[in-house]
Design a protein around this ligand. Structure first.
Ligand code: GDP
Length: 170
């Protein structure tokens, strides 16, 4: 089925977004570094269209300030085995060098990408979000995975990539 992979640095909120969309807490969210978890899959149905959502990976024990082999493997897995990639970024931390390296890999892949800027908990606070337009990956979607804001818009965009003939089987 149509497969959507979530990639991004450790701690950007991949697990939180996965749980928000799946609606169940079936993956682990942990603040403590050094907690590793495997890829987790969930089935989603939205506006009559179905897709498989993959959370590509856990917290990187090596840290998030460099492009580690862990993050590279995650991104390569997503490029090889998904139809659409959600590239999750953290509005509170801003664009880090790792994010730019991941963006370069994703641009080179030619895959459909949605840049998703997480932790936009308060739009009224008008955070500095303009830098995310520099990624060269198209219009970002701004969400708060914790509060659920704009996650419906994100799901609308995701299913917009799914052909009608990939809809429900009868
Ligand atoms: P992952 O390592 O990318 O899977 O990130 P997690 O889902 O484990 O989240 C890392 C931290 O960011 C946790 O403390 C989450 O509670 C927090 N977090 C996730 N989404 C949001 C959000 O929308 N707003 C805020 N303020 N924090 C968030």
């Amino acid at each position: 089925s149509f497969t959507v992979a979530i990639v991004g640095r450790p701690n950007v909120g991949k697990s939180t977004l996965f749980n928000r969309i799946i609606g169940k807490r079936i993956s682990i969210v942990d603040d403590k570094p050094g907690v590793t978890r495997d890829r987790i899959y969930g089935q989603v149905e939205w506006r009559g269209k179905k897709f498989t959502l993959v959370d590509t990976g856990g917290i990187d024990p090596e840290g998030s300030d460099v492009m580690t082999s862990h993050i590279r493997r995650q991104v390569e897995f997503a490029i090889d085995s998904s139809d659409l990639i959600l590239f999750l970024l953290d509005s509170k931390e801003g664009l880090l060098p790792t994010d730019k390296e991941v963006a370069a890999l994703l641009r080179k892949s030619g895959k459909p990408i949605i840049p998703v800027i997480n932790k936009v908990d308060d739009y009224a606070a008008k955070p500095e979000l303009y830098e995310f337009y520099q990624l060269g990956l198209g219009e970002p979607v701004f969400i708060s995975a914790i509060h659920g804001s704009n996650v419906g818009d994100l799901l609308d965009q995701i299913v917009g990539f799914i052909d009608e003939d990939e809809g429900p089987d009868y």
